[in-house]
Every structure is written in C-alpha cells, then in structure tokens.
Design a protein around this ligand. Structure first.
Ligand code: SF4
Ligand code: SF4
Length: 334
C-alpha cells in the first residue's frame, strides 16, 4: 500500500534556500548558478549569521536548506549550522555534491542537521559523471555511506533530463542499497548553463508522464518517501503560483533574494539584502509577474522555457504547466 498526495502550498510554513557561496569543485552541465546574476563571493560567517536572523521571525515554521555552489567548501558551514540551530529553524538540510569537504561530518552532528541531501544524476558512474564530472558518482556513494555510519539522515536528488531519463528505472535497486529516507526527482530547468547551452534537454510530456510516476511508485515500494514535481496540471486542477500563495526565499551571496527559482537568471528578484535589511526591489520585479493570469498556467515557464507548451488547433494550450514548486509525494505505508 502507498499513499500519493499533492503537497499543497501553505503560508503556514516557509522554505529558505540559502546559497552561502557560488564556488564549486564541479562544473555540472546543468548547473543553475549564474555568476553574472549571483556573483562570485563567499559570505563571511558574521554576514551569514546576521542574514539568518533576518529570516528567523518564523524560524520554527521555516525549513532551511544550505546550498551553494558546494556549501561544504565553506569552512564556516558548521558555524552556520550551529547558529541556525540556535535560532530554532524547523529543519536544517545541507545539499551537497557528495565531496563533503573540510571534514564536515566530524564538525556537525545528526542532532544539528536534519538531512544531508546528495545530488546524483545517473544510476551508473558513466552517465552521472558525464553530467556532473569525473569522480562525482563515487563521491556521492561513499558520502552517503559515511554519513549514514555517523547516523545522519540522508536523501538524494535526481535531476531528470534527456541525458539520464533512461537510467531512472535502475534507481530503485541503488536506492534500496543506500539506506536513505527520501528520494527527490527534479525536472531540469532552462536556466544557468542549461539556458546557455541553447539546446532543449527537458523530456517531453509523454515521456515524463510515462516514466516518472511509475518509477516513483517503484522506489517508494522500497520504503523511501518519493517527491517529484507535478509539472503538468490535470484538467480539473486549479493553478496556483507559489510566489503568491507560499513563502519561499532563495538567497544568494550577492544579496539578491528571489521568490521564484525560475526567475534566477534575471535581475527580477523581489528583494535585495542591504545593510542587513530586506529591501523590496523597485518595479518591475518577479512579484508583478506572479500576478499575471495566462491560460498556460505558470507565466515564468512561458517566458523562459516555452518549448514544453503545446497548443490545440484553436490556439488554446493543450495543457497547463504547474508551478515548479508543486510536488507529488508518495509515502510507503508501514
Ligand atoms: S554541484 Fe551544484 S553548484 Fe556545483 S556545479 Fe554541480 S549543480 Fe552547480
Ligand atoms: S514557477 Fe511559475 S507559478 Fe511557480 S512561483 Fe515561479 S512564476 Fe509562480
């Protein structure tokens, strides 16, 4: 038995995606970091601590995710984790490419970090390393083993594109051998390097719907919670933009704060952190786009990745695109 549900947006809880730096040891072909928009700096620990305080009013309802670049390249990540814990954030996650620099596992404890989340984009090193870089497959597998040995809860993120969809069906076996708690399927976004490549790597609607839900169910049968983006709304479903009905913040080390990840390639951020205060950006910014109602659903999708839209003979969209933050979750039943 399994339980599938759509995760509804809520103003009750918030997500804070905190990019501590943009530097990384890898150079993944789909990396969404865009130095022209996100800068190249590494935030000093005292700045990180002050910026955490900025978002701490709702700390007990906020899930905090530390990312980069590669966040474990930041020598003060353990101090950032400890400050976040002191401020009482609801959950603390570290997103990593697996290399776990600076002996991070020795400097934090499972009582301080709720989840360490590893990115893997192939069931084999050949496919994963072609996308993420030589040695990255082994780093993730070894990183998960080391983290589990120390008692950390681990999850995995698999970003689906036409380069690795074919290996998703091999993931249930790998996942069940790794003792992880959650598996996240992501859809590749046409931003950062993917946008620059000028070639569509997202999979078609038919392929997505024929592969993803089935693989997600199979992985959930191994006892792992599986989350994947809805992407295509069913005809009876209502469209909602998380920028309006939810509380998500994507903070970059140059002070930009976005409400929508699809906007990150553009200077459309809703806020800028200036002198440790959250300052609303002047018009036009992403919040003005969220208010636009279009028959295709997500307005940013239509602007930056219209290739995934199809139209009927009368000009009406054949389907609507959901907010990229709308997820399906499959829970294995005990
Ligand atoms: S590990 Fe993450 S930050 Fe580093 S290159 Fe890959 S996608 Fe970009
Ligand atoms: S992805 Fe689309 S629907 Fe979701 S927050 Fe961004 S603009 Fe709104």
């Amino acid at each position: 038995m399994m339980q599938k549900k759509t995760v509804a947006f809520s103003k009750e809880s918030a997500n804070l995606f905190f990019h501590l730096l943009t530097r990384c040891n890898l150079s993944c072909s789909h990396c969404y970091i865009n130095p022209d928009q996100h800068g190249k700096n590494t935030l000093p620990i005292d700045t990180i601590q002050r910026w955490l305080v900025l978002f701490a009013k709702k700390a007990s309802q906020t899930n905090l995710i530390f990312l980069g670049g590669e966040p474990t390249l930041h020598r003060d990540l353990p101090a950032a984790v400890k400050e976040a814990k002191r401020l009482g954030f609801h959950s603390i996650t570290i997103d990593t490419n697996g290399f776990l620099f600076h002996d991070i596992l020795k400097k934090i404890t499972p009582a301080e970090v709720d989840v360490i989340s590893f990115s893997l984009d192939g069931a084999t090193s050949a496919t994963n390393d072609a996308i993420r870089g030589k040695g990255s497959y082994d780093a993730v597998i070894s990183g998960i083993h080391r983290a589990r040995k120390k008692g950390f809860a681990c999850s995995m993120i698999y970003t689906v594109s036409d380069k690795n969809l074919h290996e998703l069906s091999q993931m249930p076996e790998l996942v069940s051998s790794l003792d992880i708690d959650r598996f996240f399927i992501q859809v590749i976004g046409m931003r950062g390097k993917s946008a620059g490549a000028g070639k569509k790597t997202q999979v078609s609607k038919d392929l997505w719907l024929s592969v993803i839900p089935e693989v997600a169910r199979t992985i959930a049968q191994t006892g792992v919670i599986v989350t994947y983006p809805k992407v295509f709304l069913d005809p009876e479903e209502t469209f909602a933009c998380a920028g309006i009905v939810a509380d998500n913040y994507f903070v970059f080390p140059n002070g930009r704060v976005y409400r929508c990840p699809l906007c990150e390639d553009y200077p459309l951020h809703a806020y800028t952190i200036e002198n440790d205060a959250l300052v609303p950006s002047p018009p036009v910014n992403e919040t003005h786009l969220f208010e636009l109602t279009i028959p295709e659903g997500c307005v940013m999708n239509k602007i930056i990745q219209p290739d995934n839209l199809d139209y009927l003979a009368d000009g009406e969209p054949a389907h609507r695109i959901a907010c990229c933050m709308l997820k399906q979750e499959i829970h294995p039943q005990p």
